[in-house]
Design a protein around this ligand. Structure first.
Ligand code: BTN
Length: 246
């Protein structure tokens, strides 16, 4: 992963760029990475936009071809990639680092990065996965409407080489991807759970317009969040539940 690296000055979205590349006739090798200094139409989850100050942050996409994974294992790829980013950043940031379900990278109660994985399916298998990753590295300030965003620089008060962090993430993606390929699903699932923000803690959530206290007790194989409250367990998808930080 990352041997074949293309760096662009400016692009709409590295995910879009990779997708277009794939639809052209020339084959694109697995592990290809498209990195951009700036994106003018960066995309986040749930149709959100992804903003990053040009040149300061990591925005890149990795092409994987996990044809060994069936559609029902899509969330295992999400887990493996989340763990890869986590493991790459952990030596720098230590314990405050967490994975916020489903695939946000958090430090304390703030978002440091996220990912947008777009799978191209063929029959019941995943033919290609466009793994888009955005990590706030050297950005000093965030606009008030950026919500709970932070950067490595805001945490450690130092600038970092984007290339170095990219290389670490790529190495870790390769390692976790090989675990998936080797069928070590239980290891990936268990490690993911142990890195999870708010896991096994009594916290406040909102679902269906109602606030309640509950505890994240697990994540289903298919990626649904399991929250227990009043001795019952409920499952939620991304649109159905909100974490309340107050
Ligand atoms: C999220 O947290 O909502 C996901 C953010 C994903 C952003 C990355 S930046 C590189 C790649 N290209 C995009 O347009 N999005 C992803």
């Amino acid at each position: 992963v990352g041997q074949n690296l293309l760096t662009l000055k400016e692009v709409d979205s590295t995910n879009n760029f990779l997708k277009t590349l794939l639809s052209n006739s020339k084959p694109v090798p697995e592990g290809t990475v498209i990195m951009a200094e700036s994106q003018f139409a960066g995309r986040g989850q749930q149709n959100n936009q992804w903003h990053a100050e040009p040149g300061k942050n990591l925005t890149f996409s990795v092409l994987l071809k996990p044809s060994f994974l069936s559609i029902s294992a899509q969330f295992d790829l999400t887990r493996a990639i989340s763990l890869s980013v986590y493991d790459a950043l952990c030596p720098l940031l230590g314990d405050g680092l967490k994975i916020k379900w489903p695939n946000d990278i958090y430090y304390g109660d703030k978002k440091l990065g996220g990912m947008l994985i777009e799978n191209i399916l063929q029959g019941s298998q995943i033919k290609s996965a466009i793994v888009g990753i955005g990590i706030n590295v050297n950005q000093d300030n965030f606009p008030p409407d950026a919500g709970k965003a932070t950067s490595i620089k805001q945490i450690l008060h130092k600038d970092y080489q984007l290339r170095d962090i990219l290389a670490e993430i790529c190495n870790n993606i390769e390692a976790h991807y090989l675990s998936l390929k080797a069928g070590k699903l239980n290891l990936v699932r268990e490690t993911y759970l142990n890195r999870l923000y708010w896991y096994n803690q009594q916290k406040r959530f909102r679902a269906n317009g109602t606030e309640f206290e509950g505890t994240i007790s697990g994540v289903k194989d298919n990626g649904l969040l399991v929250v227990s409250h009043n001795n019952t367990e409920s499952t939620f998808n991304l649109k159905e539940i909100e974490f309340l930080n107050h």
